[in-house]
Design a protein around this ligand. Sequence first.
Ligand SMILES: C[S@@+](CC[C@H](N)C(=O)[O-])C[C@H]1O[C@@H](n2cnc3c(N)ncnc32)[C@H](O)[C@@H]1O
Length: 292
Amino acid sequence: MKRQPLRLAILEATRILEDAGVASPRADAELIAAHVLGVERGRLPLVPLVDPPVVEAIRQLVVQRAKRVPLQHLTGWAAIGDIAVDVGPGVFVPRPETELLVEWGLKLLKGREYPVVVDLCTGSGALALAVAHARPDAVVYAVDVDTNALAWARHNADARAEEGDTPIRLYSGDVTDPTVFAELDGLVDLVLCNPPYVPQGTSVPPEVADHDPPQAVFASGGGLDIIRHVVSAAARLLRPGGGVAIEHDDSHGRAVPALLSARRVLTDVESHTDLAGRPRFATALRAISSSA
Ligand SMILES: C[S@@+](CC[C@H](N)C(=O)[O-])C[C@H]1O[C@@H](n2cnc3c(N)ncnc32)[C@H](O)[C@@H]1O
């Protein structure tokens, strides 16, 4: 069996993915090759030649990716902050831009000991687990309404706990329920939420349309209905000086800050952009003054 240059296998994979309309063909080809070889992407140049079974394994995954199966369903994991969570059919794949909420939240928590953190709409558990990893002293609560998502979150939470992270407290619940986490009212330092927010009827790429659960992606009310409830929950849950970060559609760069500003107890409302410069999440703090 003749060994082949990995470079050529990656070039062929890139061409196939480009023809299939994949957004980042070269990156995906390299990530697939790295996954098959069990190395980090940056170390691929150290692997000049590969055996034919490796080339075949890469090709098979490339065929799947060309059918627009998400890369993370093929590799089985997605990165969030300093950890990875397992993902697959039945759960939303965490996106790189959502890390920005974690970064904002961790900055807010600096200097606070034993903070209480709530992840509303947790999906795979990504945000909750990334915070629990970075802040072992935090008490992290997470909730989702979907049993499939919760099964993935439970699996990921168990895996992170086995790695030594502080276990998170995972619940089945509906964020539109005005009593969700009512026992934490006024006690929470940080609320993070990446809710379903894409306006119904919006056209989305096949990776999303065919593989992300619809209830994780789309929301009624032009995409704002769940967010309205999350704003109410945050206003109720946060302790004075606590903060909330809510991810939103890039068309909601004004609407979500306006929803936050409409709450008397929330101040310092800010709009934040993602890595591509699009409005992506909004934050607010719970007023410290008792007269607010
Ligand atoms: C966009 S996904 C985000 C998942 C995860 N936070 C992330 O960033 O990867 C939205 C999640 O919200 C959940 N969800 C939708 N409606 C909900 C509701 N009313 N109450 C609680 N969770 C809900 C979905 O099941 C899905 O897991």
